[in-house]
Structure formats: C-alpha cells, structure tokens
Design a protein around this ligand. Structure first.
Ligand code: NAD
Ligand code: 89V
Length: 342
C-alpha cells in the first residue's frame, strides 16, 4: 500500500459530506469510488468529489482496487461493510457507533484482525481541538489528579430533520451521542469499573430514549455523562459538548462557545478557543468538522505506520461495552459491571 491511498466512500448521506470535504483537502488519498444504495446520493458525491458511483457495495469491492474504505452508512450496515472489506483485503475506517450489538462489533474486529488489516473507528469528539487541549492540560499535571468529571451534551436542536433514521432507532441518544461522551470520559479520566443509567423518552414522536444520564465510577474518580435532545434554552449551543474536570490542584471547564477556563492553584486563565477553519467548515458544525480532518489525518498516519494508535476497532470494543452496558443498567435498574460483555 502506498500514497496516494486509493479509497471509496461508502454511505454518502448527511455526515459523509464532512468526510468527503476533509478527504478532498488531503493529497495523501485519492477517492476512486462512492457507494450509496441511493443512486442520486452516490452520483452527487462522485460528481462533486470524484470517482465512480456504485449502489451495491459488493460490486464496488469486485470492481475497484482499493487501499481502504471509509464507511459512513447507518449502524445496522456497519458489520456487513467491514466484513466485505476483510473479505477483499481492504483496510477500513468505520463511523460510530461501531454496532448496536456486541456480537456484531466483535465479528467485525475479528474479521479485520484475521485478515491483518488496519481497522479504525471514526470516533471524533476526542479529536475536537478543545478536547485535545484539555487532554494535554491534564497530562501536564496542571490540575493534579482528576477526581470528578462531567461530559454534557444538551440541546433542543431538531436532530431529526437531518437524521430522520434517529426517529425509528429503538436505541437512540446513548448510542448516538453518549458514546462520544463515554469516550471523552475514558480519554480524560480513565476506565470506569461500574456505570449506572437513568434515561427517558421525552419526545413522543420517537422510539428510543432522548434524555440520558449515566454515572461512571472510576477507581479514584466519578464522572457524569449527560445528554439530551429536549433541552430548551435561550442560547443554542448545538452541537457543542461541555466539559468539567476537577482535580486535586484545579479545575478545567469548557463552556458555551468554546470558552475554556483553567484554574490551577491561585491561577485562573480564561480563553475563547478558536476552532481551525478549513474553508469548507462553518458554524455551528466547525469543531466537529475540524475533528473529522483530525481523525482522517490520524487514519493516514495509521496506514503509513501499519499501526492504529487511537480508536482502533479492538480498543472500541471497550467503549461499546460501556455504551451497551448503559442500556443493561437501564433495563435492570442495577449498576453494570464494566467489561462484562468482553
Ligand atoms: P444518513 O442516513 O444521512 O446517511 C447514511 C447513508 O448510508 C444514506 O445515504 C443511506 O442511503 C446509505 N446506506 C444505507 N445502507 C446502505 C447500504 N447497504 N449500502 C450503501 N449505502 C447505504 O445517516 P448519517 O446521519 O449521515 O449517519 C451515518 C453514520 O454517521 C452513523 O453511523 C452515525 O452515527 C454517524 N454520524 C456521526 C457523526 C459524528 O461523527 N459526530 C455525526 C452524525 C452521524
Ligand atoms: O455524533 C453524532 O452522531 C451526531 C451529533 C453531532 C449530534 O452528536 O448525532
């Protein structure tokens, strides 16, 4: 495999547009094909970004020489796409959530491992530039040892207008957004031992839960993950994540509009973080769009080295254990022992 890496974009719907724009600015890759069961979408993406349009993924693999595929279809098809990639000896990066069932996720990881192919999950919240900054502040010891965290994503933005499939999803905000917040909690504080979930459906139009709070117990810390698609407020902050990390020496707070405050002993530093601009990125999606660029750069580095250092498929099994475990806790009313499904 050598640069430029030849790839196909599978699933060219709502979020894939960000992937396509980000890839278009990377000379290390070449888009040779697009694939979507909706021919109009596959063709529109190919017309704008290049390559041949397909509606059938198997046909795509049979006809194109690919180094990797970028999978941004909806979750129920992720397993099928990754297994096809493994069958045809093609590396893969796949959108979150990796799967809605642990068996599917494990099958995907096993298939790619058996074929000795790089496999990464497009888990992008930790790649937002404010999150990278928070991580480096923690790692530098500025706030001491974290003992409390809160990762919060609350909005009343009508997510269903752009992502209508969420209306029918029986599992909703936990697999859609809390998954990102669990990943941030692990990234900043470490692995939980147990979790406990409280969740509700507020919007009667939808099938799944749209409000969820999860309490995570780490060995020396507690973290609250909370997400809501029904939080009416006077200032729309969608799709921003708010973060609080309290440590033995200070506190980091990422608030609305990327305002970062770092308290360390007697020192207080306030900063309005500037999100890198890529020309095609725009408010309010800019931090997430920038994170897509960062994920994709990380993936190119993984292809260069042959090692997936962050968000590998196998590492994501742990994240999925927590995410699906949150539903087990909800169903049982008991704490979920993290790792039980691994
Ligand atoms: P979408 O419905 O807009 O796009 C998915 C596309 O996949 C559709 O165009 C659909 O026709 C296509 N598709 C479905 N089955 C297919 C198949 N068998 N073969 C080829 N194409 C097929 O959905 P979306 O909202 O863009 O979500 C896609 C993925 O991206 C999901 O996994 C979602 O969780 C994820 N997502 C991630 C972020 C983020 O990274 N922050 C944000 C939004 C969505
Ligand atoms: O990540 C997602 O899947 C999106 C959002 C940005 C709202 O979290 O639904």
């Amino acid at each position: 495999m050598s640069r430029p890496y030849r790839f196909a974009m599978i699933g060219t719907g709502f979020f894939a547009q960000n992937h396509l724009h980000a890839w278009a600015q990377m000379p290390e890759v070449e888009l040779v094909a697009t694939c979507d069961i909706d021919l109009n979408k596959a063709t529109a993406a190919a017309d704008q970004f290049g390559g041949r349009a397909y509606t059938d993924a198997r046909e795509l693999f049979e006809n194109e020489e690919l180094d990797f595929v970028d999978i941004a279809t909806t979750p129920p098809t992720h397993r099928m796409m990754v297994e096809l990639a493994a069958e045809f000896g093609v590396a893969a990066i796949c959108q979150k959530p990796l799967a809605w069932e642990m068996d599917d996720a494990r099958a995907m990881v096993d298939a790619m491992a058996a074929a000795q192919l790089p496999f990464m999950v497009h888990e992008n919240f930790r790649f937002q530039s404010p999150m990278r900054k928070i991580k480096s502040i923690i790692d530098e010891g500025v706030i001491g040892t974290p003992f409390f965290g809160r990762m919060s994503f609350r909005t009343a933005h009508d997510v269903y207008s752009a992502q209508s499939w969420l209306v029918e999803s029986e599992r909703m905000i936990i697999v859609d957004v809390a998954v990102h917040l669990f990943d941030l909690a692990r990234f900043f504080i470490g692995e939980p031992e147990t979790i406990f979930t409280s969740a509700l459906r507020v919007n009667p139009r939808i099938k799944g839960e749209d409000v969820a709070t999860v309490l995570m117990h780490m060995p020396h810390a507690t973290c609250i993950v909370d997400a809501s698609y029904e939080t009416k407020s006077d200032h729309n902050t969608y799709p921003q994540t708010f973060v609080t990390i309290e440590g033995t020496k200070g506190t980091i707070t990422l608030g609305p509009d990327y305002h970062l405050q770092v308290v360390s002993g007697d020192t207080v530093i306030d900063e309005d973080l500037v999100i890198p601009d890529h020309g095609w990125t725009s408010v309010p999606w800019n931090a997430i769009q920038d994170s897509v660029v960062n994920v994709q750069r990380q993936w190119i580095a993984s292809l260069d080295s042959g090692v997936v250092n962050e968000c590998s498929g196998v590492e994501t099994l742990g994240l999925l254990d927590i995410t699906l475990g949150a539903y087990e806790s909800l169903a049982s009313g008991q704490v979920y022992k993290v790792g039980s499904s691994l």
